[in-house]
Design a protein around this ligand. Structure first.
Ligand code: NAD
Ligand code: G6P
Ligand code: MN
Length: 433
């Protein structure tokens, strides 16, 4: 059977992953799941690991669940490695969200200054994981869910010790489900062509029962009163003529760029009132772990759907399944562009629909992005590359360049204020600076 290793195993998302492996066990014979965490996450690992054991037992399956703080022991001879860790835990996210807001800038875990700092903390560690993998399980695939997933994939393509890396996000699945809801159809009838970057991806075409349907869909989409988004993003409605103008379906995260003022005002309100998303998630996580502790619980509790990463297991398990079984189906992932997106360099990471084979994702050719949105996508890519270089070198000036070039900052003097304050606040997790 297969040996799967999950780094950041103490995450509250782990039951989703376990459920995904249980559901697919007939075609994807997982025999060992190793959940890896660190000293700070020991208690969470214990609780979620015991729930995982009960879930597997209830399903009557022979999947060994191992809990460990020893990453190298776990990685030995792994077939697939998934990562879902958070350096500095939610307290670091609170800082990523609150410090920028204090200065009047968007505070968000994967966008703006917060996204930059999450990347600076995370990239050296993920690169370290690939170093261990090259030695201990050189044939394994790394499926990275750790945010900022786009920047992390970009960094791994350049600095990683293994090139078998794929970045994953639940946003594209969420967009297909949103489309299915609007069209009142079963999601299995719908597929989108995705083109762009992580949290900066567009639906370029939509197919209903295999037939292109974009023109009709745009009308229904702009007519819809409520457009479902992710649990962590407000569902402010798009200006219909703007959507007709770009001719592609934006992702929920585009609101931070195309509704900058509205989004900032609503975050500033949260900052002043009941707390930012990280604080909401902290409460949610405490409730989830209280549930997980209940020894009669042996399934994934529905409350997990309140987290932004809902359907993550579907994305991760169907990807692993397709690689293992060489199914050659189409899935959106973060991978090396190889010419699929004409507006982005060939060796950069893109989030694009791919054919999933035994040898990894093969990106489908998407041609050019609409002219109106191309520039922003390229600017975000330049930001990600500058940030990845700063994360690996610890170069202060490069970090300032990245911060300033982020479309949600664009002020050199303020960028330096943010950078200095955040470097100080996160110094325990930024040994490279
Ligand atoms: P979390 O705060 O519960 O952290 C998960 C675990 O990681 C914790 O138990 C923690 O102790 C552990 N950890 C921290 N540093 C580690 C290290 N160096 N090695 C091993 N384990 C370590 O986080 P969460 O809310 O479950 O989210 C996990 C990650 O997944 C985050 O990076 C988050 O941004 C990301 N995420 C991604 C998506 C996506 O679409 N790609 C969606 C949701 C969440
Ligand atoms: C979204 C995204 C993730 C994001 C997360 C936040 O759906 O795809 O990349 O970080 O959910 O969820 P949370 O519940 O932690 O706010
Ligand atoms: Mn995501």
């Amino acid at each position: 059977g297969l040996k799967i290793v999950t780094i950041g195993g103490g995450s509250s998302y782990t039951p989703e992953l376990v459920e995904g492996f249980i559901k697919r066990h007939a075609e994807l014979p997982v025999s060992e799941l190793w959940l890896v965490d660190i000293e700070d996450g020991k208690e969470k690992l214990e609780i979620v690991g015991n729930l995982a054991k009960r879930m597997v037992k209830k399903a009557g399956l022979d999947i060994e669940i191992h809990l460990t703080l020893d990453r190298r022991e776990a990685l030995k001879d792994a077939d697939f490695v998934t990562t879902q860790f958070r350096v500095g835990l939610l307290d670091a996210r609170i800082k990523d969200e609150r410090i920028p807001l204090k200065h009047g800038y968007m505070g968000q875990e994967t966008n703006g200054a917060g996204g930059l700092f999450k990347g600076l903390r995370t990239i050296p560690i993920v690169v370290g994981i690939t170093k261990d993998m090259a030695e201990l399980c050189p044939d394994a695939w790394l499926i990275n869910f750790t945010n900022p997933a786009g920047m992390v994939t970009e960094a791994l393509l350049k600095y990683g010790y293994t090139k078998k890396v794929i970045g994953l996000c639940n946003v594209p699945i969420g967009m297909e489900r949103m489309a299915a809801e609007i069209l009142e159809m079963d999601p299995s009838r719908i597929r989108m062509d995705f083109a762009g970057l992580n949290h900066m991806v567009f639906g370029k075409e939509i197919y209903v029962d295999g037939k292109p349907f974009m023109k009709e869909f745009i009308e229904k989409y702009t007519d819809a009163n409520v457009v479902t988004t992710m649990k962590n993003i407000k569902d402010f409605k798009w200006e219909p003529d703007f959507i007709r103008g770009i001719g592609v379906i934006p992702c929920p995260y585009h609101r931070y760029y195309f509704k900058k003022r509205e989004m900032l005002e609503s975050e500033l309100k949260a900052y002043a009132e009941n707390g930012t998303r990280a604080e909401t998630v902290k409460k949610l996580e405490e409730e989830l772990f209280e549930l997980y502790k209940d020894e009669t619980l042996d399934i994934k509790p529905p409350q997990l759907q309140e987290r932004g990463g809902a359907y993550y297991s579907d994305a991760a398990c169907r990807l692993i399944n397709s690689i293992y079984n060489d199914t050659m189906d189409i899935q959106p992932v973060n991978t090396m562009n190889r010419g699929a997106l004409a507006d982005i360099a060939c060796d950069s990471a893109v989030e694009v629909s791919c054919i999933i084979t035994k040898n990894g994702p093969v990106p489908l050719s998407m041609g050019h992005l609409p002219t109106a949105v191309r520039g922003l996508v390229q600017q975000i890519k330049a930001f990600e590359q500058t940030a990845a270089d700063a994360a690996m070198t610890g170069d202060y000036n490069l970090a300032l360049a990245a911060m300033t070039m982020n479309p949600l900052v664009q002020e050199d003097v303020d960028a330096k204020v943010l950078l200095d304050e955040m470097l100080e606040a996160h110094k325990d997790h930024l040994p490279q600076f």
